[in-house]
Design a protein around this ligand. Structure first.
Ligand code: UD1
Length: 373
């Protein structure tokens, strides 16, 4: 049967695109079905990224949409299960750490369908983070685990996972980045497309993204962060690409006025090529995203991560990432360093070389071969 590849939410798409290309280019070709759970469904959160990343249309869309964690996870499970009976896949391939990742993994293992997990073994150590639960549980029951950095194998070993299940393949998200760099959209064009004066970027700018519940769901926390960002903007113009959750909360909590100094550009969620263009030319990124920590390290751009921990420690150890938490002084100091030319320098980690997906395709073929009838 085919390899059933699962995507659900925005950060899955850039990981799956190079994998699908590598599976198609593999000789012999590996048969694939692409399933979109529909966890993310907005044009901006989903369809535009499919186009930017040259992802084929999903063969199946489960259209689960939003809901509480329980409802969303359960809906994915309920709708995913019949696909396994219908298509009899040789394995289910999941990426990342979103609710769809865990939901499809659980369904597959209980029906004795092997699961391959790409981006396994990352651990923040913070169980209050929904993604951490998804990571721990997915890795515990998945059969083949592809890792992006060496620390992941240590985490998995500590959790009792046999090293034979683990394969250090590199970072597929960086495959996408390197494949798309040429096509990145100029930041001036992105601003102009939204009615902002591109001249604002001329003296340099920073890029902001925020969407973690721990940062944006509590009114006092979000207000403090937005005030700090307002102070940063007084020194360096900021381009803020707003996740729907964050936009909604800024409106609900009445915080919009803190960002209307004329030095902050508020944009809707951006396409992949727009975001890549914005990041590539930025002086600094301020973010709570997992993906941006890695992308900034690959691009060599300083990143201030607005979290207390990271599941991607290599970006701090070798890359350009600094954990500043939500601390006002640490954030402003980080920006001051960048502005004085002292921003963190780094190097690109091992196997973040644009060929991770090819290594995964080759390994997957080997791994599945003995199982073929
Ligand atoms: C999910 C992932 C997170 C990832 C993020 C990237 C989980 C647990 N979280 O978080 O790891 O970093 O995606 O964006 O899986 N919404 C829309 N349109 C959409 C999708 C969501 O408006 O297309 C709004 C809805 O109000 C929804 C809220 O965003 O309730 C949250 O969406 P959800 O899929 O639950 O999680 P994210 O916060 O996006």
């Amino acid at each position: 049967g085919p390899v059933l590849c699962v995507v659900g939410a925005r950060p899955n798409f850039m990981k799956m695109a190079p994998i699908l290309r590598a599976l198609a280019a593999h000789e012999p070709a590996i048969d694939v079905l692409l399933v979109h759970t529909g966890q993310h469904y907005d044009e901006k959160m989903s369809e535009q990224l499919f186009r930017d990343l040259r992802l084929p249309r999903p063969d199946i869309n489960l259209e689960v949409g939003s809901g509480s964690h329980a409802v969303q996870t359960a809906e994915v499970m309920r709708r995913f299960e019949p696909l396994l009976d219908e298509h009899r896949p040789s394995c289910v391939l999941v990426v990342g750490d979103v609710n769809s990742t865990l939901a499809c993994t659980l369904v597959a293992v209980k029906k004795n369908v092997p699961v391959a997990h790409v981006e396994a073994g990352l651990r923040s150590g913070d169980r209050a983070m929904p993604e951490e639960i998804n990571r721990v549980l997915t890795d515990q029951v998945a059969d083949r685990l592809y890792t992006t950095e060496r620390s992941a194998a240590d985490n998995l070993a500590r959790e009792g996972i046999a090293p034979e299940r683990v394969c250090f393949a590199g970072n597929v998200m960086i495959d996408s980045l390197l494949a798309s760099r040429e096509a990145a959209r100029a930041p001036e064009r992105t601003l102009a497309a939204h009615g902002f004066d591109p001249a604002l970027l001329a003296q340099g700018y920073g890029v902001v993204t925020l969407h973690r519940p721990s940062n944006v769901d509590d009114p006092a926390t979000l207000e403090a962060l937005v005030r700090t960002l307002g102070e940063v903007a007084a020194q360096l113009p900021l381009v803020f690409a707003l996740h729907p959750r964050t936009r909604g909360n800024i409106e609900r909590f009445g915080l919009g006025s803190l960002l209307d100094s004329g030095r902050t550009v508020l944009l809707p969620p951006q396409g992949y090529l727009e975001m890549l263009g914005l990041m590539s030319q930025a002086k600094v990124l301020l973010t709570d995203s997992g993906g941006l920590q890695e992308e900034s390290t690959a691009l060599g751009i300083p990143c201030l991560t607005l979290r207390e921990n990271t599941e991607r420690p290599i970006t701090v150890e070798q890359g350009t990432n600094t954990l500043v938490g939500r601390d006002h002084d640490a954030i402003l100091q980080g920006v001051a360093q960048v502005l004085s030319g002292q921003g963190k320098q780094g190097r690109v980690p091992e196997l973040w070389d644009g060929h991770a997906a090819e290594r995964i395709a080759a390994d997957l073929w080997q791994w599945l071969s003995p199982r073929a009838p």
